[in-house]
Write a protein that binds this ligand. Structure first.
Ligand SMILES: *Cc1c(COP(=O)(O)O)cnc(C)c1O
Length: 399
């Protein structure tokens, strides 16, 4: 390992001393040739798995045709992808960006601008404890992650926090300065906590009654992850603004801000970005989205999600765990004890095949495989997890 210049990278997070060199579908290979079954997929980013042929083809073709004419001009992939998104959602307009945080910054700016025009300068956006919206200053301030209120203080003001799935806690925060409510239909980093359909409906009614905007951050839950194109469709509500990221790019940096005509209030100069709508990334977005729209694709995601759910519930029974939750192929196994980080390390160290999972909270494991994962690979994951839990139990029983 000493040949790798690890010390040249600014430290931001502890990383295992592995260098990943190759990916194919649900599999990753490290510098020593060891294979890993990948249930992280770049944090729910590689929606079609590693190096999907449709993504390679789109990149190669677009790279030979036009990489970047400038954000000041239209390009064909940007227009095609925007039309695909508006045709298959309840939104009318799209702005493309490069990351989830950037799309959410755009959503925050759009809501504040709308508040200036339509609500006498109202600017507060109600967000939620344990929520995650990104790592820019405004999106960190919008996030409800413990400790982030003082990290890099002072915060960007205007993000009062309500309690997820508690409608009265939202209602209590509404005042004349409130302009919007912003939430993840499934709190991903918070521990895969789905909003109940009643809560989503309640927020929809509440925002209508108070003339507020309803913003959904679907950076993690969108683009087929739940077996619906967008997770808010699980509860038949129509938000005013939606952000997409992660899965929409299938592994490349692409995100989007969508809104209805009523809140499309940006004027020239309000919003931009050097790479917004660049054809190379948008071409990949088209390849991803067209795959999601293939007949039966989302049904398969749903049925594989149910399959995974049943298997996880069986593990719960056998190993006396608390339960599981999630939608489609975004699921968590609730352990009941803070052994998540330990299991994540042990899973990676399994031989000959490692397993990549993560623990957004120490008492649970999260699963976000490629949406086109096979049943055999799901079975393989369950077998590896079974081995892991059995070994852990044995160690603990003898300890
Ligand atoms: C990952 C994530 C973000 C941030 O996306 P980046 O691309 O890392 O900026 C925002 N919101 C949610 C719900 C996310 O899961």
């Amino acid at each position: 390992m000493s040949s790798y210049p690890f010390e040249s990278l600014l430290h931001i997070t502890p990383r295992p001393e592995l260098v990943f060199v190759e990916g194919q579908g649900s599999w990753l290979v490290d510098h020593q040739g060891k294979r890993y079954l990948d249930f992280l997929q770049g944090w729910a980013v590689n929606s079609l798995g590693h190096c999907h042929p449709a993504i390679i083809a789109a990149l190669e073709k677009q790279a030979r045709t036009l990489i970047n004419p400038s954000p000041a001009f239209y390009n064909a992939p940007m227009l095609t992808l925007a039309k695909l998104l508006t045709d298959h959602s309840g939104f009318d307009k799209v702005f493309f960006a490069n990351s989830g945080a950037e799309a959410n910054e755009g959503a925050i700016k759009l809501a504040r601008k709308w508040g200036r025009i339509h609500k006498e300068g109202a600017y507060q956006i109600i967000t939620f404890t344990q929520s995650f919206h990104g790592r820019t200053l405004a999106t960190m301030s919008a996030s409800g992650k413990v400790g982030w209120d003082t990290l890099f203080a002072p915060q960007v003001p205007g993000f009062p926090k309500a309690t997820f799935n508690d409608l009265s806690s939202v209602e209590a925060l509404i005042n004349k300065n409130t302009v919007a409510v912003m939430l993840e239909p499934i709190q991903g980093e918070g521990g895969v906590i789905p909003a109940t359909p009643e809560f989503m409906q309640g927020i929809c009614d509440l925002t209508k009654a108070h003339k507020l905007l309803f913003i959904v951050d679907e950076v993690q839950s969108g683009c087929g992850r739940t077996g619906k194109l967008f997770a808010h469709q699980l509860s038949a509500v129509q938000p005013d603004i939606m952000t997409l990221g992660k899965g929409i790019g299938g592994g490349v940096p692409l995100s989007a801000l969508l809104c209805t005509n009523e809140c499309a209030v940006f004027e020239s100069g309000d919003q931009g970005g050097t790479y917004n709508g660049n054809p190379l990334m948008c071409a990949v977005g088209i390849a991803v989205f067209e795959t999601l729209l293939k007949p039966g694709f989302l049904d398969e995601v749903r049925s594989k999600g149910e399959y995974l759910q049943r298997a996880l519930l069986q593990l719960c029974e056998e190993f006396d765990l608390v339960g599981e939750r999630g939608n489609g192929l975004l699921r968590a196994l609730i352990l009941g004890r803070n052994i998540g980080p330990q299991l994540v390390e042990a899973a990676r160290a399994l031989t000959p095949t490692g397993l990549l999972i993560n623990a957004p909270r120490p008492d649970l494991l999260r699963f976000m495989p490629a949406l086109n994962i096979s049943h055999e690979e799901l079975d393989q994951m369950i077998t590896l997890l079974h081995t892991l839990l059995k070994t852990h139990k044995k160690t603990n029983d003898t300890a």
